[in-house]
Design a binder for this molecule. Structure first.
Ligand SMILES: [Zn+2]
Length: 379
């Protein structure tokens, strides 16, 4: 394989310096669609997910049919959007390492992945190297809740499995990630003047406090975490609050544990409210609860005999490299691809300190990932 580090550096820098905050990915999308057309893509297709995501463009798919028919088609995924602050990125390179100028993120998350795909593709084309059918799936709005992947229809792909280029480290392959459910508990009490008619109110905040003090929060076991991150309610210091809302999340690598925890949370709130008694016998109303727990993202769990794992082992052994297969603590686009029946692993691409202005990446690590992607496409 013949990679050109100057070319990779050029495309990486160019991509980072095109603004693409979440919901405003169109400029980057247009640049990339034109580039892949020029490189001879067999299909460039943009979906209608912007209706759901609110972005100024959809997800888009690029297909190169390849000349090999002896292996299943594969896809590679990157997200187009970058977390803030990300406007006016100026890339600085110090020897082998790329940084931003210090007032924005760099955007290696996830533009390093895109640049790697471009470099591998150009290298393969210039070498006239036979490769398996491949699709690139570029998603919008990953950083604001995986919205593009959630709205993506995998039926538009011919690929049978894939890889998201979207994790830290190199030679890391993420094969598991938790499912996550958000939850909200809305407690309705009864308002009354706190100084003049204190016996005629039901404090929603006090009930919430009682319930929260009984909940297990933080790390519940090695697979499960729970958090309440927001609380809002009340209207004034002299009014007994008739409403409070708490928002949180539960994550687990085990769906049964996740649902058991959510049930415990709901029942704890309900038990506190059911146990409320009016000490003065002057109120006929009762406090009430509205509890909801929508899925944020589904579980991801790949087995050792799944295509992404088997092919990654093959590709890395040809490079005489060993990969680390690891679980992750958070969700990504890959959770949705897996849930849709497309086994998808996540590859580390070398980015470091992501989601901060000290984000950086080594050119040598991008080249190392490019070797693995090249091997996946040609082995
Ligand atoms: Zn990312």
């Amino acid at each position: 394989m013949q990679f050109n580090s100057d070319r990779l550096s050029y495309y990486f820098t160019t991509l980072c310096e095109i603004d693409s905050p979440s919901k405003e990915e169109a400029k980057l999308s247009t640049y990339l669609q034109d580039l892949f057309q020029d490189l001879g893509a067999d299909l460039v297709f943009e979906d209608d997910s912007s209706r759901f995501t609110g972005s100024d463009c959809g997800n888009f798919v690029v297909r190169f049919s390849g000349s090999r028919t002896d292996a299943d088609p594969v896809f590679f995924n990157c997200h187009l959007d970058v977390i803030k602050p990300c406007l006016g990125v100026k890339v600085r390179r110090i020897n082998d390492v790329f940084y931003s100028s210090g007032d924005t993120v760099l955007g290696a998350d996830d533009k390093a992945g895109i640049a790697i795909l471009i470099e591998v593709l150009i290298a393969i084309i210039l070498e006239n190297k036979p490769f398996i059918p491949v699709e690139f799936v570029f998603t919008t709005c990953e950083e604001i809740g995986l919205l593009g992947a959630k709205a993506f229809d995998p039926a538009s792909l011919v690929a049978k499995y894939g890889y998201s280029l979207d994790s830290v480290g190199v030679d890391n392959v993420i094969i598991g990630a938790p499912a996550s459910y958000g939850f909200s508990a809305e407690i309705h009490g009864l308002a009354s003047h706190a100084g003049l008619r204190p016996r005629h109110g039901i404090s929603a905040i006090q009930l919430a406090a009682q319930a929260v003090s009984r909940l297990p929060l933080g790390r519940l076991d090695d697979e499960t975490t729970a958090n309440i991150g927001l609380i809002a309610g009340g209207t004034a210091t002299n009014i007994i609050p008739d409403y409070v809302r708490l928002d949180g999340e539960v994550r687990s690598h085990d769906l049964a544990k996740l649902h058991t925890t959510l049930d415990l949370f709901k029942n704890t709130f309900q038990d506190v409210l059911s146990g409320w008694q009016d000490p003065h016998h002057v109120i006929t109303a009762r406090p009430s609860l509205v509890f909801s727990a929508p899925e944020q993202y589904p579980l991801m769990k790949l087995t050792a005999d799944s295509l992404p794992v088997v092919r990654a082992r093959q590709a890395s052994s040809l490079l005489s490299r060993s990969l680390q297969f690891l679980p992750a603590g958070g969700g990504s686009d890959a959770n949705f691809f897996n849930a849709a029946g497309l086994p998808t692993a996540i590859l580390g691409i070398g980015m470091e300190n992501v989601h901060s202005i000290s984000e950086n990446i080594k050119l040598s690590d991008m080249l190392r990932t490019a070797e693995l992607v090249y091997s996946l496409l040609t082995c």
